[in-house]
Design a protein around this ligand. Structure first.
Ligand code: GLN
Length: 285
């Protein structure tokens, strides 16, 4: 085994012992970051038997130390992939998750059927959903609201760096965009929904994602999601679509509660790529 492979294997073992879920992927991503290159280049270096210089090795070893204390990978690289975008993330903002990507697929047919759709992302965090929608549907007018000033600053910085024309307001989702009431075609949201008291096991989530992005404000976690749904109903035109992420345990309860709001038709639940219930959709009555 060559030197680079040994280096990666040792780092991966270290992460594995620290309880990191994807130690191989994280080790190579951190080496790429320390080396200021990408994972494909590290793979090539592995094949060619190239080894990074001492400065890079030191940087890599420090990153592995930090990751072993369960600092999120994305906080160390400063980046999170979402759809076709790379978002800047770090302390103060929720790290976008791959399971959230399906929300963009769920709204795509509706967006394609309207010439210049109006879209609102409530509880936007890093801006992942709003920015991905604008990236994939350039004719859409996209708006986003985020309550946390820290998270909102990340979203605005992402917007500016990616050059995507999205209006982002640092405001409460429950009152944002009064001028759009009754005119919106699509509302997307990944609201805080974790049941209060169900503290996540992973230190990356528990200790590093902002609390305000995680907890749904009640024992079943549905208080804030249901409030956001009510706001979505005020924003949407009749026939407009809401798509909202939820916990895998809420695939029956959230659709049932939405149905009792009396505001929605076609309430349907959707699974993510790991086949877990993950998002609800509904049409404004
Ligand atoms: N998806 C988050 C998690 O599982 C929960 C909070 C959210 O996405 N709204 O850690």
């Amino acid at each position: 085994m060559n030197e680079l492979r040994l280096l990666l294997r040792d780092a991966s073992l270290r992460l594995s012992h620290a309880g990191v879920g994807s130690p191989d992927t994280d080790a190579i991503a951190l080496l790429a970051h320390a080396w200021s290159t990408d994972v494909a280049e590290v793979r090539r270096a592995e094949v060619l038997g190239r080894v990074p210089d001492g400065v890079v090795l030191q940087r890599f070893s420090a990153l592995i130390d930090e990751r072993a204390t369960r600092v999120p990978l994305q906080h160390l690289t400063g980046r999170a992939a979402f759809r076709h975008l790379e978002l800047a993330v770090g302390p103060g903002v929720f790290v976008p998750r791959p399971e959230t990507e399906i929300l963009v697929d769920l709204v795509a047919p509706t967006l394609r059927s309207i010439a210049a759709p109006v879209v609102v992302d409530l509880c936007a965090g890093s801006g992942a959903l709003a920015l991905a929608v604008k990236d994939e549907h350039p004719s859409a007018a996209v708006y986003a609201a985020e309550l946390s000033p820290d998270a909102c600053a990340w979203a605005q910085a992402n917007r500016d760096r990616l050059g995507l024309d999205v209006r982002i307001r640092c405001e409460d989702a429950l009152t944002a965009f009064p001028e759009l009431e009754g005119q919106v075609d699509v509302v997307l949201s990944n609201p805080p929904y974790i049941p209060v008291g169900m503290v996540p096991i992973d230190p990356e989530v528990r200790d590093h994602d902002p609390q305000i992005a995680l907890y749904g404000g009640s024992e079943d976690g549905l208080r804030i999601p249901l409030q956001v749904a009510e706001r979505a109903a005020q924003l949407l035109r009749p026939g407009g679509l809401v798509v909202m992420e939820h916990a895998s345990s809420q695939g029956d309860s959230l659709p049932a509660r939405l149905s009792t709001q009396g505001l929605w038709d076609d309430v349907a639940d959707h699974r993510d790529l790991t086949a877990l219930p993950r998002a609800v959709s509904a049409r404004r009555r």
